[in-house]
Design a protein around this ligand. Structure first.
Ligand SMILES: [Zn+2]
Length: 298
């Protein structure tokens, strides 16, 4: 059996994965599904209920996932037990984080085969789209999920590790009511887990991208992804292609339905934050930003 090709984005939330997900989904041989990790949670939590909150809907067509023309077909083919479920149990999550950091405790990563799910997404998208799709773009972002995928020999896995200026991320999180201290700590833990998982990946199949650098020169980075990951992305019309794409996303926010008119370097945090706060932030974010975001290697 042929391996199934997956492009997986790992990194902290609010780091620009929606934009990159949308652009790559516009490639002639790819389908973007956004945060596929949320599918398992959704079907277990909602069962077959026809009355769903917004969160239970396909974020593209806004239909219940059991009525959406893509996901209804996928869910008919793939048994529930074959769909990864992010456990919300604190101890289980701690275990896998420790396993990524230190290699113990031992975890059986082979107890789940996602190949069926990815293959079904490709097969059913080819019925909907007028393209020749052979790649799923999954921007689930979770490093623990990435670890599972790396252990699966039937997945041809490409990884994008995405980082973004901690000041921009905090600003974005603050707008959603999350305080800075919390963001600061979790951002570090998440990036350490992401980096270790990313580091162990085959060097020919991975790219680390700083979103802040990406937005200043998107063509350069998209070309790099296109060449290294061997995808059929049209460099002249990538925004148009992303916008005209019919989408069926799992997870992500409804903003993703809006058209992308331009890609711009976002420093809105500077306008929003009082000067004294910027001063403190500039100091405590200097080193982490230098390592993860403004690193010369990126
Ligand atoms: Zn849909």
């Amino acid at each position: 059996m042929d391996k199934v090709k997956v492009i997986y984005t790992v990194g902290y939330g609010h780091s620009g994965s929606s934009l990159i997900n949308a652009i790559l989904g516009g490639a002639n041989d790819s389908i973007a599904v956004s945060e596929l990790i949320k599918l398992g949670h959704r079907i277990r939590k909602l069962g077959n209920s026809k009355i769903l909150s917004n969160r239970g809907k396909c974020q593209g067509c806004r239909e219940n996932i059991y009525n959406c023309k893509l996901w209804s077909q996928v869910l008919k083919e793939v048994p529930k037990d074959n769909i990864y479920f992010q456990n919300e149990n604190f101890l289980d999550n701690l275990k896998i984080s420790l396993n990524i950091l230190f290699g113990f405790p031992k975890i059986n990563f082979n107890n789940l085969d996602d190949t069926k799910l990815y293959n079904s997404i490709i097969k059913n998208s080819n019925k909907i789209y007028d393209k020749n799709i052979n790649t799923v773009v999954d921007s689930s972002k979770d490093p623990r999920r990435l670890k599972y995928l790396q252990k699966n020999p039937n997945i041809d896995l490409y990884v994008i590790y995405l980082t973004r200026d901690l000041r921009g991320v905090s600003n974005s999180m603050e707008k959603r009511g999350k305080n800075f201290g919390r963001t600061y700590i979790i951002w570090h833990i998440w990036n350490i887990l992401s980096y270790i998982t990313y580091k162990k990946h085959n060097k020919n199949k991975k790219i680390m991208i700083s979103y802040d650098k990406f937005t200043q020169n998107p063509d350069k980075y998209l070309k790099r992804i296109k060449d290294k990951f061997n995808i059929d992305l049209n460099m002249e019309d990538y925004l148009d292609n992303a916008n005209k794409q019919e989408i069926h996303y799992i997870g992500g926010n409804s903003m993703q339905k809006k058209d992308i008119t331009e890609i711009k370097y976002d420093q809105s945090w500077k306008k929003r934050m009082p000067k004294w706060k910027q001063f403190i932030l500039n100091m405590i974010c200097y080193i982490p930003n230098k390592i993860w975001v403004y690193n010369k290697k990126l």
